[in-house]
Write a protein that binds this ligand. Structure first.
Ligand code: PLP
Length: 484
């Protein structure tokens, strides 16, 4: 309670806040203590959760306890449990408890990290933890990092900076109503779809995202890249950027960044490296090669919210020269001008004005786990994936479908005598559905060329060898059932 004057008092603490927060704390502790007690995928039908909720917001406030009861009764049964140790779909993730606590503090402070003065600590902590992360991963010392919500937005921002650096005055004059050459972005069929979305949003157009051919390990072919650039230049097109991926979404293949960087430098084309998932693995000395060639790139994205135990959302864009992004985005209306001098105002680095205080959770996790424990967890995940791949390879009814250098395995069920691709697809799609319907585990799929493959990704720090063994047993059991 704060007394402001003779008869002016503001109650800034509801009398129940402490109890409410303790109630939430207990719930989280119990939940994270045993996230495997829930089915990993909920067995709800579309519309079921919405129909359990009222049509309108209440006119009068309700007791916190009643809202918590509904959270447990209505919301939790419709949750897909990313914290479940047998969540193996997409890229598996998990939130370290220290990060969850930090998120509560960030929500309490509720600062908007836009100008340095709108929260000096938040602005300066961001630059410090970016340096910490960069050093752990082996990012060049002179580069700086900026936090975005997602890799999609970071990638969009990098391409916007690349577009600005072409000197075509697109920022001021736009791309319509005048002659602008077709701008070309070079990627591969394995590149994450956010690059095409960025091309849509930036007026580049999906058709100008060139799918450079890959080798048989799903890595960009540098010679084909060179040919594509030469062909485009002859046709009067303007190369804008090359996107190389370190750890592609479908298979975690690793594009040859050093060779690609050589071409990018020679051709003076912006090189963006997407290491959204795999980048953190460069913290392991035996995977430091993941950063090979990055020193000659222009930008690099890595997602601590994927494999660094940080809850959504926190993606980092490392930049060789951050002024390129500032030139693309800085626009300061009168009401946001300051006299703070030589400071970094984060609103200058993207489309967003107010930004969440995301650096806090990264700071908490890097300190609370420590680099050694983080490395140990990453190593563990990679070893578990390698073990799973070995079981698959040793069984004549199953096969791995792509190299698996990190913590993801692409595989499929391939019983003797079934060699028709369409039948194999139907069989494996049925297997995916059957496995996921058990509620005991969750996997996802992809297509490699025309082949339908299953993906098992390990990235949750609660996943142990017994979870992976259980997954293998469930897959075998369900495979037998769907073939019967
Ligand atoms: N890049 C890669 C390689 C990814 O695997 C993903 C998502 O899985 C993304 C980018 C997009 O990440 P975000 O959800 O942070 O936009």
């Amino acid at each position: 309670m704060v007394t402001l004057g003779a008869n002016l008092t503001i109650v800034i603490r509801t009398h129940t806040f402490e109890e409410d927060f303790a109630r939430v704390g207990r719930w989280i502790e119990e939940y994270l203590g045993e996230p495997g007690r829930y089915p990993v995928l909920p067995s709800v039908v579309p519309g079921e959760i919405a129909s359990a909720l009222p049509d309108r917001a209440p006119e009068e406030g309700e007791p916190f306890e009643r809202i918590m009861e509904d959270f447990e009764r209505i919301i939790v049964p419709g949750i897909t449990h990313w914290n479940h140790p047998r969540f193996f779909a997409y890229f598996a993730t998990s939130a370290a408890p220290a990060a969850i606590a930090a998120e509560a503090l960030a929500a309490a402070l509720d600062v908007k990290v836009m100008l340095w003065r709108t929260s000096p600590s938040a602005a300066e902590l961001e630059s410090v933890v970016m340096r910490w992360l960069g050093r752990l991963m082996g990012v060049p010392e002179s580069w700086t990092g900026i936090i975005y919500d997602t890799a999609s937005v970071a990638g969009f921002t990098a391409l916007a900076a690349a577009r600005e650096s072409l000197g075509l005055a697109i920022r001021e004059d736009g791309m319509s109503g005048r002659e602008v050459p077709a701008l070309r972005v070079y990627a591969t069929a394995q590149t994450h779809s956010h690059i095409e979305k960025a091309a849509i949003a930036l007026g580049i157009g999906r058709r100008n995202v060139v799918a450079v051919p890959c080798d048989d390990a799903y890595r960009m072919d540098p010679a084909a890249l060179e040919r594509a650039i030469a062909t485009d230049r002859r046709a009067g097109m303007q190369p804008l950027a090359i996107v190389a991926t370190v750890g592609t979404t479908s298979t975690t293949s690793i594009d040859p960044v050093s060779q690609i960087a050589e071409i990018a430098q020679r051709e003076r084309i912006w090189l963006h490296v997407d290491a959204a998932y795999a980048g953190v693995a460069a913290m392991l000395p035996e995977f430091s090669f993941l950063m090979d060639g990055v020193d000659r790139a222009d930008s690099l994205v890595v997602n601590p919210h994927k494999w660094l135990f940080i809850p959504m959302d926190l993606s980092v864009l490392f930049l060789r020269d951050e002024s390129t992004v500032r030139r693309a985005f800085s626009l300061v209306p009168e009401y946001l001008t300051t006299t703070d001098g030589n400071v970094r105002n984060y609103m200058d680095y993207g489309i967003q004005l107010g930004r969440r205080f995301r650096a806090l959770k990264l700071w908490f996790v890097l300190r609370h786990l420590g680099a050694a424990q983080i490395r140990e967890r990453l190593r563990d995940h990679i070893a578990l994936a390698q073990r799973f791949a070995q079981w698959v390879d040793e069984d004549p009814q199953w096969e791995t479908m792509a190299p698996h250098p990190l913590s993801l395995v692409c595989f499929r069920y391939h019983p003797r005598g079934v060699d028709d691709e369409e039948r194999l697809e139907r069989l494996n799609a049925a297997l995916l559905d059957a496995v996921n319907a058990t509620g005991e585990m969750f996997i996802s799929h992809t297509k490699l060329g025309a082949r339908y493959v299953l993906r098992l990704a390990i990235g949750n720090f609660r996943t142990t060898r017994s979870d992976v063994e259980a997954a293998w047993a469930i897959l075998q059991r369900e495979a037998e059932r769907v073939t019967r």
